[in-house]
Design a protein around this ligand. Structure first.
Ligand code: CTP
Length: 414
């Protein structure tokens, strides 16, 4: 689906929350663009937003009442803030100001916008807009990381001139058509997944593993766990019974997922084995290939002995063990391939070597920013060929993968 498809949002109900920033004027155009594509748009405005655009103009373009007050009896009589949250397919916050992001990340509910956002169980898309210094401020970075970990998706901000003279940098709100494209892609994946995995068991691995050198040091890698957590969240949203076995990462448990936290590759294998059988297993973890043969029982000290010699031994390959398993092999076994060169050829070789059904391959060379970042560009390698997906946020990649899994399982069941 794309923005050329004129009725791509037919039948969809979008709740647009307009925050208080100069970019609010672009949100009026966004309302028009969403409606052109068939969406019904309901609008909530914060107090600050009303300093930039009026509820009257937003309401005229949206073709309906604009919600501005949590305690307005007319609003509550008309629909009520809880129903505003329920009767919607997706929420767009545009512009998402630094203050609104902080409120959502902190779970505040002191006006109609934040209360609806706290009550929402549907996808939330933020289009941040703020001064570049506010965007790069440590508090905003922290709030953004928390929001992404909670499954919120983000479009923009873009680089460019700010409204204030002489200010430039990253902070301009994404253009209305970019926001529309993000809405379409988020809803397309969601629409296909809703309930599609009910009754299915899905096992996901995520994160790095830590392999002890001594009681205080370990070998690890740069995996953030974000992609695996997003897959677990998407599978649970599709109705599956999900177990997530993860290495050490500072991410909160996704809702309705059984999360098992481990340290080492061997612990991960043991927990994966315990979580089987499953219909689908997705191995998104970046398992350490080696561990130290004999980790020190005490902290290794510098000294006369010179540099310590670390003997490494290979860790069990969890994916290959499960994919080659005789009794408990899931119907669909999916591996990831983190590559820094020859991405597709290496992924094809991995598909054969590991005995899995699909490989989700990504280029993790430092320039891509994928390892640890919030976006991903993947190639889905199956025995039928290779599909290259566009660069998207990790939650959208996860939703699409789950949609694909659901279609494949349904076809296999016929
Ligand atoms: N994997 C695993 N257990 C391991 C190593 C990898 O389960 N001990 C899984 C990963 O979760 C991923 C896939 O195998 O799904 C490929 O991981 P990757 O690190 O790309 O491949 P390696 O097997 O480690 O191969 P190489 O390091 O040579 O690229």
């Amino acid at each position: 689906m794309n923005t050329n498809d004129r009725r791509s949002l037919q039948g969809k109900r979008i709740l647009l929350i307009i925050g208080g920033g100069i970019a609010a004027y672009k949100s009026l155009d966004l309302i028009r663009r969403l409606r052109e594509r068939g969406a019904e748009v309901r609008v909530v405005m914060t107090q600050a937003a009303q300093e930039f655009v009026t509820p009257l103009s937003a309401g005229a373009i949206a073709g309906g009442h604009v919600y501005v007050d949590l305690f307005d009896w007319r609003t509550e009589f008309d629909i009520g803030h809880i129903r505003l949250a329920r009767d919607t397919n997706l929420v767009v916050v545009a512009p998402a100001t630094a203050d609104l992001m902080a409120k959502i990340a902190g779970g505040h509910a002191d006006d109609i916008a934040s209360t609806v956002l706290l009550a929402i169980d549907k996808p939330v898309l933020l289009a941040p807009a703020m001064n570049p210094h506010m965007w790069s401020n440590a508090a905003t970075r922290r709030n953004l990381a928390q929001l992404v970990a909670d499954g919120v998706t983000v479009v923009g901000p873009n680089a460019g001139e700010m409204a204030e003279q002489g200010e430039a940098g990253i902070g301009r709100m994404a253009e209305p058509l970019e926001i529309v494209a993000a809405v379409e892609s988020r809803l397309a994946a969601r629409h296909e997944t809703a309930g599609s995995l009910s009754g299915r068991r899905v096992l996901v691995t995520a994160g790095p593993t830590h392999e002890a050198i001594d009681p205080v040091r370990y070998i690890a890698n740069r995996s953030s766990g974000k992609q695996g957590f997003a897959i677990a969240r998407a599978a649970a949203a599709a109705g599956a019974d999900v177990t997530l076995v993860t290495g050490p990462v500072p991410l909160a448990d996704p809702p309705a997922v059984t999360v098992i936290r481990v340290e080492s590759a061997r612990e991960m294998l043991a927990e994966v084995d315990r979580a089987l059988p499953a219909d689908v297993a997705v191995f998104a973890a970046a398992v350490a290939d080696w561990r130290v043969a004999e980790p020190g029982a005490q902290k290794l000290k510098k000294g006369a002995g010179g540099t310590p010699k670390l003997d490494l031994v290979e860790n069990p390959d969890i994916l290959a063990t499960v994919a080659h398993g005789k009794s408990k092999r899931p119907l669909l076994v999916i591996g990831f391939a983190a590559e820094t060169e020859h991405v597709i050829n290496n992924a094809r070789a991995k598909l054969d070597r590991k005995g899995c059904d699909w490989i989700v391959a990504n280029d993790v060379s430092p320039a891509t920013g994928i390892m640890g970042g919030d976006r991903n560009s993947v190639h889905l390698v199956t025995r039928d060929g290779v599909e290259s997906w566009p660069n998207e946020d990790k939650q959208t990649v996860a939703d699409k993968l789950i949609a694909r899994i659901a279609v494949t399982l349904a076809a296999a069941a016929k």
